[in-house]
Design a protein around this ligand. Structure first.
Ligand SMILES: [Zn+2]
Length: 463
């Protein structure tokens, strides 16, 4: 039920986007693994245990675990964002990127080879820098029983993700670098223009990468009866996902958490159910999960997210170009960038060093700072879409399951328990980090959402 990644793109940069998309291909992000939840104050905790109105609740032993792992996830999440910024800055300040660039200039006279070597090294160094925190995260997910993946397999996934990042990221960074050299004054506009088709292509190929990380099979292969039930929801929603576009993912080899997602565009569009969901949820709740995912398609969340990304990125790139130029003017000499520029165009305006590869790192650096600060904006949009999908999902199963409210609440409880989601996240953390409403908010809404009482109808269906 997690993330339509496109929604995240709204204020993300293209390179970060590429990272996000690639991360989405890795098991970590496909997972319903939440970017979630801090510990609730002790007082509030007592209320959780006793309040009869609590729509999402956990047995006491799981509650303690949920609060504790949520705190760890939040710390790792924020620390990861801050560290990725600080790390790049450290290598700038110690002139390491500049030294790397001079070294790559010595290995070949061909500019594209120099650039490819530099950007491949950049992506590898960046991945290595993030590895310790990823490792700590995986350690805790394993010790709390959320991940069941062995370390060898985990490292293999890390390697595959890095390989994909290099294969996709290096050509994109070369292209960006070329655009900066070619159009020194308005390069951000050029980068913006190429970002959009790149995003569309990545979204298209994304589902094709999933089999690198998970085994999958047609859902109908071993769940024919379930597919027949899903077809009743399909008929009600009018969504055009035929049974041969429904897949079952063998996620239980790596996770115990429940999840499902829609992905792809056009010919690659598909619905993917994790086997943890089919194993742990009654069919009615699987139908609700499917209804939610259908909502993302029927309500056009992917194109809407794309359009919002386009607008957001326009302003983001524009601001970051100015910010990066300021950084270079202020610190460029100190960071050893004075001699680096290779501009073959007039750079009388702005900062010529931005056309170097280290200059592109400065640009990425400014974009990652801005993205971190704007994260609450993209998450607010994402939460809105997710809430809409929740409403849609509940309406989609009306008339198909006996009690949509009960079904949805039960599904949220199963989902929350399976990932050990904190029932009482700190509101500020929810505002900043959550791309879905908290499980508590979702379950509470579901519990009280009954538009059909007194002959009414829902928001998206006429009956
Ligand atoms: Zn969703």
């Amino acid at each position: 039920m997690r993330i339509r990644r496109f929604v995240r793109l709204i204020v993300c940069s293209a390179p970060l986007l590429v990272g996000a998309l690639l991360a989405g291909m890795s098991p970590q992000m496909l997972a319903a693994q939440s970017t979630d939840t801090p510990a609730a104050p002790a007082l509030k905790r007592a209320v959780v245990l006793t309040s009869p109105q609590q729509a999402y609740s956990l047995p006491p032993d799981k509650l303690v675990k949920a609060i504790s792992i949520s705190r760890i996830r939040n710390i790792l999440n924020i620390a990861g964002s801050v560290w990725s910024i600080v790390f790049v800055w450290l290598l700038l300040a110690t002139r390491a990127w500049a030294a790397l660039e001079r070294w790559t200039q010595r290995i070949s006279n061909r500019r594209w080879i120099q650039g490819a070597a530099f950007f491949a090294a950049y992506l590898i160094i960046d991945a290595l820098a993030g590895l310790p925190l990823d490792w700590i995260g995986q350690h805790y997910e394993r010790s709390y029983g959320i991940s069941v993946q062995e370390w060898g397999g985990w490292l293999g996934d890390v390697g595959k993700t890095l390989g994909l990042t290099i294969a996709i990221g290096v050509p994109i960074l070369l292209l960006f670098n070329w655009i900066v050299r070619r159009w020194p004054r308005r390069y951000w506009l050029g980068i913006w223009a190429v970002t959009l088709p790149i995003l569309a292509v990545l979204s298209f190929i994304e589902p094709l990468v999933v089999p690198l990380f998970f085994k999958q099979e047609p859902l109908a292969k071993n769940h024919a009866a379930l597919v027949a039930k899903l077809e009743t929801v399909v008929a009600r929603t009018g969504i055009d996902i035929p049974p041969d576009r429904m897949y079952l993912l063998e996620a239980s080899a790596k996770y115990t958490g429940i999840n499902a997602f829609v992905a792809g565009m056009g010919a690659t569009k598909r619905y993917v159910m994790w086997d943890t969901a089919t194993d742990q949820l009654p069919d009615d709740e699987v139908l609700f999960v499917f209804g939610h995912e259908s909502g993302h398609y029927v309500l056009h969340h992917i194109p809407k997210g794309f359009a919002l990304s386009a607008v957001g990125l326009f302003f983001l790139y524009w601001m970051c170009a100015a910010f990066a130029a300021w950084i270079v003017r202020r610190f460029g000499a100190r960071w050893g960038m004075s001699e680096l520029h290779t501009a073959d165009k007039d750079f009388s305006v702005g900062a010529p060093q931005l056309s170097s590869r280290t200059g592109l790192v400065v640009l990425l650096f400014s974009i990652s700072i801005a993205s971190f600060l704007l994260q609450p904006v993209s998450n607010a949009v994402s939460r809105h879409f997710e809430h809409q999908a929740d409403v849609f999902g509940q309406e989609a199963i009306h008339g198909i399951v006996p009690d949509p409210q009960k079904t949805a609440v039960a599904a949220f409880n199963a989902l929350g328990q399976s990932w050990l989601e904190d029932p009482n996240p700190n509101p500020f953390i929810e505002f900043w980090l959550y791309d879905h409403p908290s499980t508590q908010h979702r379950a509470e809404f579901a519990l009280h959402y009954d538009p059909w009482v007194n002959g009414g109808h829902g928001e998206f269906f006429k009956n």
